[in-house]
Design a protein around this ligand. Structure first.
Ligand code: NAD
Length: 366
């Protein structure tokens, strides 16, 4: 009998086409007339446990843009959680619209949708969502994490994220320079937000020569003054000679325009989705001999923190110990990348997929 594969029954570009290509379990469409809520919840893979990933609110130009974003982001969470050693799957939610639309009823309605999934998806904050928004969501569901400390949560995950980035950067330095010491290294940090500012503190303390930039001049001046780092114009970051470039602002900063301008030996930063085109730009970095510490590997401190909060018995010391392991994982991935001559991003995705597959087999006997 002719076997018909799922991929043969769906059209390329259709919703099922995208879900099949990226291998998702579920895409949930949430709508509420009364509050104007329009949200999508993407559940990529729950082999390791409940799908954990934040909710992003964004005025997407089209529904297809929002679908692509939620599918891409939830897939990324599966890999991030797997590689961080968490027993959590990958998911993400996007709310379509102007963040000004948010109010108590709107957020609680969204919380009801999360609750309706019975714990298959666990939410947290992401772009344009704050810990205070999580408080409203928590009124309707237990499946939310990243609550403020005063509400029994673990608070802002950024210091943990920054620590993980610092660990990943040291591992990448060891691979590139033979030593993980950052003393005397010239490091450019792009974005002095929540993650950037804590990272800069670690780097300055270790004796690195730190160049910092941000599109908000006041913020930039303040951080430079407080830390002793040298501030530079936003665009200069791509053209200056430096040992390490640390993207800590938005994604896709490694793209067709910037990749040939970069004069660094290492890229290691906290921003999500740094490579505009994962396959193409990952390969170019490998060809150029630039050591790239995969973003989803080294910025996992935040999810380690919110994951620990969700699973219960939160202990900050244990969270930092678990985040410290990013150093070893990063070295292993960079070694695999060098030995197999494959981009580090690809090596990291393979390692994440291997863990998901292996753990799936462990659970077969349930
Ligand atoms: P943030 O909004 O606090 O900081 C981002 C900073 O980047 C802002 O100061 C902004 O002005 C600046 N910026 C924006 N565009 C810029 C540009 N073109 N040039 C220079 N600076 C620019 O965000 P954050 O929480 O620090 O997160 C930074 C990145 O790390 C994001 O990509 C985020 O998705 C990722 N991330 C954050 C966490 C976390 O725990 N906060 C966890 C994982 C990943």
């Amino acid at each position: 009998m002719l076997e018909i594969k799922a991929s043969q029954t769906v059209k390329e570009g259709s919703i099922f086409g995208q879900i099949t290509t990226m291998d998702h379990e579920q895409l949930v469409i949430c709508h509420d007339q009364a509050t104007g809520l329009k949200a999508l919840i993407g559940i990529h893979n729950t082999t390791l446990g409940p799908a954990l990933g934040g909710t992003r609110m964004w005025p997407y130009a089209s529904e297809s843009e929002a679908i692509t974003d939620v599918l891409r982001l939830s897939r990324g969470m599966s890999f991030k959680n797997a590689l961080a050693g968490l027993n959590l799957g990958g998911g993400k939610a996007v709310i379509i619209g102007d963040p000004k639309l948010k109010n108590e009823a709107f957020l609680r309605r969204f919380g009801r949708f999360v609750e309706s999934l019975g714990g298959r998806y666990v939410t947290a904050e992401d772009v344009n969502m704050k810990t205070s928004d999580m408080e409203y969501i928590a009124m309707e569901t237990r499946h939310v994490t990243g609550l403020p400390e005063v509400k029994g949560g673990a608070g802002d995950p950024s210091p943990v994220t920054a620590f993980g980035v610092y660990m990943g950067m040291k591992a990448a330095a060891k691979k590139a320079f033979g030593s993980d010491s950052l003393a005397g290294k010239r490091i450019g940090v792009q974005g002095v937000g929540q993650v950037g500012k804590y990272l800069i503190e670690y780097l300055v303390k270790e004796g690195a020569e730190v160049l910092v930039t941000d599109i908000f001049e006041e913020k930039l001046k303040k951080v430079a003054l407080e830390t002793g780092a040298v501030s530079i114009e936003p665009n200069l970051i791509y053209d200056l000679e430096m040992d390490i470039y640390a993207p800590c602002a938005l994604g896709a900063t490694i793209n067709d325009d910037t990749i040939d301008r970069l004069k660094c030996a290492v890229i290691a930063g906290g921003a999500n989705n740094q490579l505009q085109d994962e396959a193409k730009h990952g390969q170019i970095l490998l060809d150029k001999g630039i050591i790239y510490a995969p973003d989803f590997l080294i910025n996992a401190g935040g999810v380690i923190n919110v994951g620990a909060e969700y699973l219960g018995g939160y202990n900050r010391d244990i969270v930092f110990q678990q985040t410290e392991k990013i150093y070893d994982t990063c070295l292993t991935i960079l070694q695999k990348s060098a030995e197999e001559k494959i981009p580090a991003q690809q090596a990291a995705i393979q390692a994440a997929q291997d863990r998901i597959q292996a753990m799936g087999k462990v659970k077969l006997s349930f």
